[in-house]
Design a protein around this ligand. Structure first.
Ligand code: DX5
Ligand code: ZN
Length: 220
């Protein structure tokens, strides 16, 4: 089946001193979504940004704000990220004991709900929520940092989840996050992904290269 491939550059690899300009630059360079990596220094060993920064970036682009919450507990922050202008709110399956309720809350806030799986988490953990969500985010690195190497074992997880999504017959995005570049992108797409997160691979060469980098990934 020919699925359009969407590119969601992760601003974790952008120049944090010029985030607004960088968001405008990747928007103009033709990205489909903006991937915002939120880290709390507790669920992952790094701290990045909170809802105030999503709110500050919101007026700089009309593109989908694809917000990846690597935080725990996640429920107390859902309303703030929804009000800040997130379009997709993705939570980690591992972040707490009440994933089904968390997904209900995201949808009650009028946002698209995503669930992310860390590399060691099996696809079966989605069995009782897949029909409730709009997106699955497969981590192909251990979350916390950009520029890491792609974890090969995740390819078979992507294939398994693609099969489950197609069996369900619902338009659920399958997004892959971490170590996605010109070399790994074709394999991730062949395994069944339709949305590629790319931090380093988008921002690596500076603003003059963003459009080519994005085009290269989409056409991989
Ligand atoms: C890692 C983040 C990823 C990361 C991807 O915890 O969730 O989105 O920024 O960066 P690259 O594309 O450089 O691996
Ligand atoms: Zn991410």
């Amino acid at each position: 089946m020919n699925r359009p491939i969407l590119i969601s550059p992760s601003i974790l690899s952008a120049d944090f001193a010029r985030l607004g300009e960088e968001v405008r630059a990747i928007d103009a360079a033709g990205c489909d979504w903006i991937h915002v990596d939120v880290m709390d220094g507790h669920f992952v060993p790094n701290i990045t940004i909170g809802p105030m920064v999503v709110k500050a970036l919101r007026p700089h682009t009309q593109k989908v704000m694809d917000v990846h919450l690597m935080i725990t507990p996640v429920d107390p922050m859902l309303d703030a990220f929804a009000e800040a202008g997130s379009d997709i709110i993705t939570v980690h399956q591992e972040a707490g004991p009440h994933l089904h309720r968390t997904i209900q809350r995201i949808k009650a806030l009028g946002k698209k709900a995503g669930v992310s799986l860390n590399p060691s988490t099996p696809a079966k953990m989605l069995d009782y929520v897949l029909e409730e969500i709009d997106l699955v985010l497969v981590m192909s690195v251990n979350p916390g940092f950009g520029g890491q190497s792609f974890i090969e074992s995740q390819l078979r997880k992507i294939e398994a989840i693609r099969k489950s999504i197609d069996k369900l017959g619902k338009p659920i995005h399958l997004e892959v996050d971490g170590g996605v570049d010109a070399a790994t992108a074709p394999r991730v797409i062949a395994a069944g992904a339709d949305v590629l997160v790319a931090g380093t691979a988008t921002f690596r060469g500076g603003p003059a290269t963003y459009a080519d980098n994005i085009r290269g990934l989409r056409g991989a």
